[in-house]
Design a protein around this ligand. Structure first.
Ligand SMILES: [Zn+2]
Length: 249
């Protein structure tokens, strides 16, 4: 009986991995995942090394410490304190930030300059951390592989341009694979969960996104750009925060 059960489990497990559909335990959502986490992290580390060596760093010890301190609290709230988190402050006016699998966060000066409160930095880092927990890069990469066809899978794994694009670094290589609306909405919701758990004020997320949407021309490749109507996204987040009892906002 035990043997039969095990064998059946193995067969079922193999079928599931062939199909590539897994349920994310933290979101409850079923995802198409066709890439190994280790491979993706390896690609992310290579890209991160390139980025850090090629992008001017904003030498601001106070803001750097602020970023790491808030990031540490958010990582604990998300139960991802075991990742090798790194936070780079880049000297660019972009109101943007990004995260790579494995916990490498890029944060631009232009974004930090409009973060009046620590809650706003926590809002951004909560959102970015949620992309990691939600396995959004792996999902995006898997969708791209599926779109290109199974025959090209082997090639895709070694194509650094596609890898960069899948990691959300499309602007650097002239190729873009944005996160989907569903992923962004999920990151918004999980992000405020982490803010709240880490002791920040989730209502400030609404304040912050409103400011971002009114920034005029400040839409980066990641924030808001995948949403034709930022007002809808902010309204959805506002309703979520109120429904959780963290409002009124
Ligand atoms: Zn996002």
């Amino acid at each position: 009986m035990h043997w039969k059960f095990s064998r059946r489990s193995i067969v079922l497990g193999a079928a599931a991995s062939l199909a590539g559909c897994v349920t994310n335990p933290e979101t409850g959502r079923e995802q198409l995942i066709l890439v190994d986490d280790g491979q993706l992290t390896q690609m992310a580390l290579q890209s991160w090394g390139q980025l850090v060596s090629q992008t001017p760093v904003w030498h601001n010890p106070r803001e750097q410490a602020r970023l790491a301190r808030i990031g540490g609290r958010i990582a604990v709230a998300a139960n991802r304190q075991s990742l090798q988190w790194e936070y780079a402050l880049f000297d660019r006016p972009d109101k943007n930030a990004f995260v790579l699998p494995g916990g490498k966060v890029g944060f631009y000066r232009g974004l930090m300059e409009i973060c009046e409160r620590d809650d706003h930095v926590a809002c951004v880092l909560g959102h970015e951390t949620a992309h990691v927990v939600g396995r959004h890069a792996a999902e995006r990469y898997s969708r791209e592989i599926a779109r290109q066809g199974a025959l090209q899978v082997a090639g895709a794994f070694t194509d650094s341009q596609i890898a960069m694009a899948a990691l959300g670094l499309g602007s650097q290589v002239g190729l873009s694979l944005p996160f989907s609306r569903e992923q962004e909405a999920e990151a918004d919701r999980l992000g405020v969960n982490y803010m709240q758990a880490a002791g920040y004020d989730p209502r400030e997320a609404v304040v912050f996104w409103r400011r971002m949407s009114q920034g005029g021309g400040g839409r980066g490749p990641e924030f808001l750009s995948t949403h034709p109507d930022p007002a809808n996204r902010i309204e959805a987040l506002r309703a979520y925060i109120n429904a959780r009892g963290w409002g009124p906002v």
